[in-house]
Design a binder for this molecule. Structure first.
Ligand SMILES: *Cc1c(COP(=O)(O)O)cnc(C)c1O
Length: 549
């Protein structure tokens, strides 16, 4: 081996060997044969590359799917699985949305319209009265964020004033146009956007996220990326995966720390590829209520020149105002280098009626990507800023009016109360034997789990006491999202009392099996074939629209 002096020589040797090998293979062949073989080889390589790297799902995920598909086609096992599936599916969908005794569905237009008083009577006695969960009394986790007769009647009046406004025609409705522009500007300012900061309103957090993803997809296309990837921690909201599905992007998930529930930054860095079109970070995350590392993700974005979206759908109307009150929370707005957009739900802690959210960008270049413009339609030159065409000016007016009515002081007061209430409940949970809190919550959400018993049993026990919670999976948990109702005197205390009683009851027999809906959640979490779980869920969505008795 003395005559091999360097790696370069070894390389040359291999190159020469390869050259001889190829020449030998080709010797005696006709030119057309060589050309054909080359074309075929290139095509096969290209196809393999596409299958491995440019598919929505990874190779492993696709192998798993195929495996279960085959399993379900096997003669005996397949039929058995299908039978079990149908049984569970009908158990889930039956009684999903029960009607009161004797009630029926209206499935045809009434021949003559119903008179006003009769209609109002119908609405209150037959529809509004169907609600069983005392959400006004605060028995609900999240979902309804504002309360109070005074605010409600103000909203009714504002909505009434602008009830006809259609913002597809802002020239006709300049007042609500001005309101929308002002809402966006106010958000840009409390997120400390520069003079270039801009945005739009949308119908909700999901639409805000969809729009940011679309904007970054267009941005990536411009830079020559053909198959843009969204890189998000597994704690990111499902709306990002939904955006990937809608917009033909690839969704790349990166792990979080199992204890702190914060993003594993080195892992995120490793998953950045030349196709990554955006990084996602939440403030706070939906499953754990932890404000993630906006500064560190911002640094990655800046270093690799990739836009960073901060999902502040939950925290957008809390964190800036809690900070104003001197509560120490991690930075999450445009002052953090690398942050290029933020989503914030006005219909959550913005305290506005449903159908109001905001997405803001560092500059108009990013926002441009979310706009839709059609110059050639025979229906006229058409342009819309977000998903909707016709948009209600009345809904936007209620958002504007809420923000003006509550004001920075009001949001600050609300933010402090929400955080203090979460702290109080958190301290209590940490002192209840059998319960643990996932990660270290920062804002409004508290994820409760247990090392001792099946936590879904707690969810079910709380349901029996009239509480309505969120359930989360991987790991299993029951989430409490503090709203304004829980900050009213006695409400959080009542929750803690019920929590203590339910837990003490379960702890008498911690190993008992769950039943009912708790068992279904547990089963759904443990089924490896997710396409089966999807079938159950499909049953749920179908039941939603069912008018069969
Ligand atoms: C609520 C929420 C969303 C989605 O908002 P919708 O208004 O339900 O569409 C997205 N991200 C986070 C963190 C949220 O809390």
């Amino acid at each position: 081996m003395e005559f091999i002096e360097s790696w370069a020589e070894i390389g040359l040797l291999y190159l020469n060997n390869t050259r001889h090998f190829i020449n030998d293979q080709c010797s005696g062949r006709e030119a057309w044969e060589i050309i054909l073989a080359t074309v075929l080889l290139i095509n096969i390589c290209h196809w393999l590359y596409q299958q491995v790297f440019l598919h929505e799902l990874s190779v492993f995920e696709r192998m798993k799917l195929s495996f279960f598909k085959i399993l379900r086609r096997l003669p005996v096992i397949g039929r058995k699985i299908q039978e079990e599936l149908e049984k569970t599916k009908s158990a889930i969908t039956k009684d999903m949305f029960p009607l009161p005794q004797g009630d029926i569905y209206n499935t045809h237009l009434p021949e003559q319209g119903i008179p006003k008083d009769e209609l109002l009577n119908l609405v209150t006695t037959k529809y509004k009265s169907m609600e069983k969960i005392d959400w006004q009394g605060g028995r609900l986790s999240g979902a309804v964020y504002n309360c109070g007769a005074e605010h409600e009647s103000l909203m009714e009046r504002i909505y009434g004033i602008f009830v006809g406004d259609n913002l597809l025609h802002p020239d006709v409705f300049p007042g609500t146009r001005k309101m929308e522009a002002e809402v966006v500007a106010m958000c840009c300012n409390f997120f400390h956007g520069g003079p270039e900061a801009c945005g739009t309103m949308t119908s909700g957090g999901t639409e805000s996220i969809l729009m940011a993803c679309k904007a970054y997809r267009e941005h990536a296309y411009k830079r020559g990326i053909k198959y843009p990837e969204i890189l998000a921690p597994c704690s990111g909201h499902a709306a990002f995966a939904k955006a990937a599905k809608y917009f033909k992007m690839r969704y790349v998930e990166t792990p979080i720390d199992p204890t702190t529930k914060l993003i594993n930054i080195p892992a995120m860095k490793r998953k950045i590829s030349k196709n990554t079109c955006m990084l996602v970070v939440s403030a706070p995350s939906f499953p754990y209520g932890v404000v993630e590392q906006v500064e560190e993700v911002g640094k990655l974005g800046k270093h690799y020149n990739i836009p960073v979206h901060v999902d502040a759908c939950m925290g957008g109307f809390i964190i800036p105002f809690a900070k104003r009150a001197g509560i120490n929370l991690p930075p999450m707005d445009f002052r953090v280098e690398g942050v290029t957009s933020i989503s914030a739900d006005a219909h959550k802690y913005g305290l506005a009626p449903k159908g109001n959210s905001i997405v803001v960008y560092k500059n108009p270049e990013y926002r441009m990507g979310q706009f839709y413009i059609n110059t050639d339609w025979c229906g006229g030159i058409y342009a819309s800023p977000a998903v909707g065409g016709t948009r209600s000016g009345a809904v936007i007016a209620t958002c504007w009016a809420t923000m003006m009515y509550v004001g920075a002081d009001g949001y600050q007061e609300n933010a402090v109360k929400i955080i203090k209430t979460r702290e109080y409940v958190e301290d209590c949970v940490r002192n209840i034997p059998g319960l643990t809190v996932q990660g270290k919550p920062d804002v409004n959400i508290l994820s409760i789990s247990s090392d001792t018993f099946d936590i879904y049993r707690l969810g079910a026990a709380l349901t029996n006491k009239g509480w309505h919670m969120f359930t989360v999976q991987y790991p299993a948990g029951v989430n409490f999202c503090v709203t304004k109702m829980h900050t009213l005197p006695g409400v959080a205390e009542g929750f803690v009392k019920d929590l203590e009683e339910c837990t003490a009851d379960i702890m008498k027999d911690p190993n008992a099996k769950a039943d009912g809906i708790a068992a279904i959640y547990g089963m759904a979490e443990s089924i490896p074939d997710r396409s089966m779980v999807a079938e159950f869920v499909q049953g749920y969505l179908e039941a939603y629209y069912s008018t069969k008795l």
